[in-house]
Ligand binder design. Structure first.
Ligand SMILES: NC(=O)c1ccc[n+]([C@@H]2O[C@H](COP(=O)([O-])OP(=O)(O)OC[C@H]3O[C@@H](n4cnc5c(N)ncnc54)[C@H](OP(=O)(O)O)[C@@H]3O)[C@@H](O)[C@H]2O)c1
Length: 241
């Protein structure tokens, strides 16, 4: 298959699993990352997937980066907006900087990336955009007013853009992972994980990055053309919406 997939934050965590699963499914994959050169180099050496460094919160950098990917690999057919950060704080202690950094990366990053591939997808009458939101965008999470707002915004973005893309065979969907075993979650102290987090998850375990990646592979496929504007929850039964 000749389709090209670009995964933001695709060099580690959930994004690395997504990049690898798409490659295994036959896509030509490019993985973007922000600054962790060491992890990106190791990922590239392990998988052979090319890595590209730019900041998704910078509109111009996204344009330049995507132009490079398209010149190297061809037009982007599948965009996975996965890059995300946390800057947690209770609201009364949250700084404007913590708010802005999370909004800029986790919400505005979707505009910055998607805007640069959208016209090409429209011209070719094919596109798949998959946005990695979060359970905390669905239910809200204390200490994460910034993150919850951005991730809820991702869902509104998904539903609006799905309507615009439908006539051009471009689907736009979101995935809301629950607790997934990545560095982001494994940094939580073990007693908090065991006593407070796991009891909230009916399946009794954290999810694996590969379980989110499988959802992406489905939504990216040509066969998923009738699925658009949807939110797919992958949370071990923690929340039904
Ligand atoms: N882990 C979970 O339980 C969980 C649950 C729900 C939703 N999510 C969402 O799933 C996504 C992936 O999470 P994760 O746990 O895999 O995160 P992670 O392990 O911290 O990896 C984040 C990835 O995003 C990249 N990144 C961060 N900021 C960026 C920026 N401004 N520009 C470009 N790339 C950037 C990082 O690049 P560097 O390596 O260069 O830093 C890295 O590749 C995020 O959107 C997160 O909100 C995660």
């Amino acid at each position: 298959m000749g389709r090209v997939a670009l995964v933001t934050g695709g060099s580690r965590g959930i994004g690395a699993a997504i990049s690898t699963a798409l490659k295994d499914a036959g896509y030509t994959v490019a993985a973007n990352y922000a600054g962790n050169d060491e992890k990106a180099r190791a990922f590239h050496e392990e998988t052979g997937i090319p890595v590209y460094k730019w900041d998704v919160s910078n509109y111009e950098a996204c344009g330049t980066g995507i132009a490079q990917v398209e010149s190297d690999l061809g037009p982007v057919d599948v965009l996975v907006n996965n890059a995300g950060i946390t800057r947690d704080a209770m609201f009364h202690k949250m700084t404007p900087q913590q708010w802005q950094e999370v909004i800029n990366t986790n919400l505005t990053g979707l505009f910055n990336m998607t805007h640069h591939v959208w016209s090409g997808m429209r011209e070719r009458s094919f596109g798949r955009v998959v946005n990695i939101s979060s359970i905390n965008g669905q239910k809200g999470q204390m200490g994460q007013a910034n993150y919850s707002a951005a991730k809820a915004g991702d869902l509104g973005f998904t539903k609006a853009l799905a309507q615009e893309g439908a006539a051009k065979n471009i689907t736009v969907n979101a995935i809301c992972p629950g607790y997934i075993a990545t560095e982001m979650v494994l940094a939580v102290p073990e007693n908090v994980l065991k006593e407070r987090i796991l009891p909230q998850i009916p399946v009794g375990r954290l999810g694996q990055p590969e379980e989110v990646a499988r959802c992406v592979v489905f939504l990216a496929s040509d066969e998923a053309g009738f699925v658009t504007g949807s939110t797919l929850s992958a949370n071990g039964g923690q929340l039904f919406v």
